[in-house]
Write a protein that binds this ligand. Sequence first.
Ligand SMILES: N[C@@H](CCC(=O)N[C@@H](CS)C(=O)NCC(=O)O)C(=O)O
Length: 208
Amino acid sequence: MAYKLYYYDIRGGAEPIRMILSYGGVQFEDIRAPMFPLPPKLPTEIKERATWGTIPLMEFEGKKLNQSLAITRYFAKKFDLVGSNDFEAAQCDEYVDTVVDYVKPWVPILMEQDDVKRKGLEQEQKVKSKEQYMDKFEQIVKDNGGRFLVGNTLSWADIYLAHVLNSGELNHGIRFIDEYPALKSMFENVMNTPGIKEWMEKRPDTKY
Ligand SMILES: N[C@@H](CCC(=O)N[C@@H](CS)C(=O)NCC(=O)O)C(=O)O
């Protein structure tokens, strides 16, 4: 297969790439290194292929592209998911960077092995996340007509946020969309989009 995506066997930073490739109708080889036991060890063969020794790594048409956001943005551009002008493209970047900031404090919580401690940390982080991010994302979608974060079409910012909302539910049992109607509508738009819908139905079921 001409397109090869290397990552761990989790959703993580590769999932928006998988979603966008599926949206674009690209057949790709989804190469997954084992995540367990923790901490995971990247197989030498993959580490040496990746320019910076990290994944995700994408190989296609004789080219190599590293760094999750560079790869995601490249395919988002290819499939017209970056808004309709330079300013909207920058807004997509802003929202994706903000989603990345939002995710950061959840990672150590996910790795917490003590169930009681993890549940407590999740509830604390949920309150902080609502105030700092979700209330604001809800308002942005609402002010923009209630369906998209940017402009009047689907963008990679919608896909990125929808992926993170979905993983937040799978990883922590937290369903922000039940509390935010505009985000729910944006989320459902993304998940019902041809290509993405089929990917979500057929993708491997993984712990993270
Ligand atoms: N900024 C990079 C970070 C990549 C990164 O740290 N990837 C981790 C997996 S999530 C990795 O490759 N770890 C394996 C290792 O460092 O050996 C990106 O977004 O692609």
